[in-house]
Design a protein around this ligand. Sequence first.
Ligand code: NDP
Length: 468
Amino acid sequence: MHLGNFIGGAFVAPQSGNYLDDINPSTEEVIAQIPDSDERDVDAAVRAAAIAFPAWSKTPAAERSKLLLKLADAIEKNFDELAELESRDSGKPLSLARLLDIPRAIANFRFFATAILHDSSDAHIMDATAINYTLRQPLGVVGLISPWNLPLYLLSWKIAPAIASGNTCVAKPSEMTPLTANRLAELSIDAGIPPGVINIVHGYGQKAGRALTTHDDVAAISFTGGTVTGSAVAANAAPRFKKLSLELGGKNPTVVFADADLDQAFKDTLRASFWNQGEICLCGSRLFVEQPIYDTFVEGFVERTKQLRLGEDYGALISAAHLEKVTGYIELAKNEGGTIATGGNRVDRKGYFVEPTVITGLGCDCRVLQEEIFGPVVTITPFTDEAEAIAFANSTRYGLSASVWTRDLSRAHRVAAALDSGTVWINTWLLRDLRVPFGGMKESGVGREGGFESLRFFTEAKNVCVKL
Ligand code: NDP
């Protein structure tokens, strides 16, 4: 299967004529060839988006809303196919693609399709002197760069608010997971979204992604990916004064106090550790457990981890390179003095599978507790009191999300306020309301997306002052 770039409503070959292999991580087989795009392809896509912008930005919100809702319906109608494509492309269990990825892509389009109908503008009245009101106008052509871990979920999280608010876009999905992006492109035309509103360019981040972040006619970049890449994106985009939203990596703490509901904590912290084989930016990879229940917790957690089933509860890592990185961290854990309580090995079969791995005996300053592994590998560390739990949780350069487990309501609020974290879950994990601000502190990102934050990002505020 040769995929094309989606430019101006049609699939076209890359100008270089070069293609990259798209590999199924569960079988290690090549399943598609995708364009190895360069700046010429990005330029063509930006031009197509610029041509589509005047008409699309003037299309009434009610009409844009209708078209996005149609796209959501089209995704829903093709649910099985999209879930299957996502699972094959990314290595995740089919059941997870059905439970998480595709429902969320549908929800993203429905949410922003209707959010634009409820948005409002501000007015600032200067006594009897003047009225100010704020126009929020689309930016123009926006660049959207997304990673491989939740391909359609995160791509639609960007495309939906971008085009709902009247922009046209050029999206660059990860070259490792191109399939659902192309199917989405086809469905967008079926739904009646005009050619040029959504453009998709495949290829390497260093080439196609970089060309997008440095293109003079791209007004904003919304980027989700690793912190190191985010820094390169910021360095390229900043001299051109592009609006930037950066959703980056995490090393998220899970804090379990002795008074927690342990049955519920086991269920959700296991999910937080190993869902999508740990390849979710919000996964809790550092567990901190209060001393009195530490031994019981470790025993129960390890027991439950051993029962996780390949293909149901966890899938393959995205690539051979990522497999090497994750297993490298397991080796590092041993060198740093950690104990592998369970797992620790590559699964003996074809595909990039690693056993869900639990490590104990490491302190917060170890590299294994400082660096993002992004795989099915967690550490468990005891703490003695609330102050120590907060200090441990805050001891990395990241600040994306955290979950806290306690029945003490006052403590829950205190700890939530003290954590360096863009999102704090109390007695739950990954419970997402699409209206809330989402993003990271410290090196986990800049800016917030979600709800009206996304609509604000994808529009320019203009003040109009009318003298009375
Ligand atoms: P990367 O940072 O490697 O890549 C993200 C995207 O950026 C890919 O499409 C990539 O293309 C592209 N890219 C790479 N280099 C450049 C460049 N110089 N200019 C422009 N674009 C570029 O992340 P991964 O794909 O490995 O995803 C995993 C990371 O994403 C983890 O760190 C995870 O925590 C983070 N993440 C953060 C989330 C959040 O909301 N905060 C959510 C999900 C993931 P290519 O694939 O070709 O390199």
